[in-house]
Ligand binder design. Structure first.
Ligand SMILES: *Cc1c(COP(=O)(O)O)cnc(C)c1O
Length: 390
């Protein structure tokens, strides 16, 4: 049998390796000139004034909430259909997560249902651009202005995404990106926060490095001095130059990597659209999809096997898959807060049938076709006939 096609792999070339070696030889192992350069280039790329490099998107979400003044007694609205980090950071800030169910077409937060969850304690909203397809940012920004809410975007999937021609990273008050090993742009672990607000950027930068008024980069450079003051009991969340070295070279080839993702998504769309009852990912030509994930959805009544068995059958054919996401409110910790199965029926029903197929620039066309063949074979093998279905 052919070797298994992993669910995700990074595309690391000689350029990243050389840049990391350069960082190692430069003596700047922590935050230094490469991080500063990556921040500048990323801000320009995302169309924002400021960018702060951090060690993860999770750190970015946590600091964004704190910088926005969110704390105990406050409520933050987000989606249950996300990675737990989105909700965990609301807890870290001492606030209460309030979930709004998803639009079952886009799998993003249903903007039309946000207002009914707003209370006098609501401080912020965290939209998540699921799989790289943008949330309805026009509606969300309008609601935020009306109700005086801060918009912190979880753009962990959306490093290339545009909403109506505008880059994600330039729209909300603060946007948090992830460069985790499986994401579209990787630095191993890493994240970036963008904002057009100088005060928020400054607060996030200071809080991300112990709350020190001057960081080591300033202190140890020629112009620096030994003196610093702690303005806040901050965190150790900074990016390192080793990470930034990878990020700089990944940013150079991001457009190329995104073109391959879009090509494979298109190939999957065309090949799988004939499978009756299989729901393919949503897209809309007014926006730009980052195709971080390609999530197909099985619907009840079309196959004789369940999702778990479908995944096993693909595995037997050498295809790695994943499931995005187990809705946050179903995790034991969130149940202990009082959330229950049935609270967000759209998220739960999408979760029941969701399967993420391999989609990344390191895949070959032959591998993409092997994925298509395996999905088609399993689907046809276990399809209920039309007559049975009726
Ligand atoms: C990956 C991910 C995160 C966390 O990113 P890290 O950089 O690993 O902290 C947050 N939100 C979503 C939706 C993610 O997929």
């Amino acid at each position: 049998m052919n070797p298994t096609i992993p669910y995700a792999l990074p595309l690391i070339d000689e350029e990243e390796i050389q840049e990391v070696v350069d960082a190692l030889k430069s003596n700047w192992l922590s935050k230094g000139p490469k991080t500063v350069e990556f921040e500048k280039r990323f801000a320009a790329y995302a169309g924002s004034e400021y960018a702060v490099g951090l060690n993860s998107c999770t750190a970015g979400l946590h600091l964004s909430l704190l910088a926005a003044g969110v704390g105990p007694g406050d409520e933050v609205i987000t989606t249950p259909y996300t990675f737990v980090a989105t909700a965990n950071t609301i807890i870290h800030a001492g606030a209460k997560p309030v979930f709004v169910d998803i639009d079952p077409r886009t799998l993003n937060i249903d903007a039309a249902r946000i207002v009914e969850k707003i209370t006098p304690r609501t401080k912020a909203v965290i939209p998540v651009h699921f799989a790289g397809f943008p949330c309805d940012m026009d509606a969300i920004m309008a609601i935020a202005r009306t109700y005086n809410l801060i918009v912190i975007e979880d753009a962990a999937h959306a490093v290339y995404t545009q909403h109506n021609g505008r880059m994600i990273g330039s729209i909300g008050d603060i946007t948090c990106f992830s460069f985790y090993a499986t994401k579209n742009l990787v630095t191993g672990e890493g994240g970036m926060v963008t904002t057009n607000n100088a005060e928020l950027a400054d607060r996030i930068r200071v809080m991300g490095l112990h709350g020190m008024s001057k960081n080591a980069w300033n202190r140890y450079s020629d112009k620096g001095s030994w003196f610093y003051e702690v303005e806040y009991p901050g965190f150790k969340y900074n990016m390192t130059d080793i990470q930034a070295a990878m990020g700089l070279r990944q940013l150079d080839k991001l457009n190329m990597m995104q073109e391959i993702r879009a090509q494979y998504a298109d190939r999957y769309n065309r090949a799988l659209s004939s499978l009756e009852g299989l729901i393919l990912p949503h897209d809309d030509s007014r926006h730009r999809h980052a195709w971080h994930l390609y999530v197909i959805r099985l619907q009840p009544g079309f196959l004789t096997i369940d999702r778990a068995r479908f995944i096993e059958e693909l595995k037997e054919r050498g295809i790695g898959t994943s499931v995005h996401f187990i809705p946050v409110h179903l995790h034991p910790y969130y149940r202990s807060l009082g959330f229950r199965p049935g609270d967000y029926p759209q998220a739960e029903s999408v979760y029941e049938g969701a399967v993420s197929l391999p989609l990344y620039p390191k895949m070959t066309v032959e591998q993409a076709d092997r994925v298509i063949d395996a999905v088609t074979e399993v689907y046809r093998k276990y399809a209920k006939t039309f007559v049975e279905h009726r």
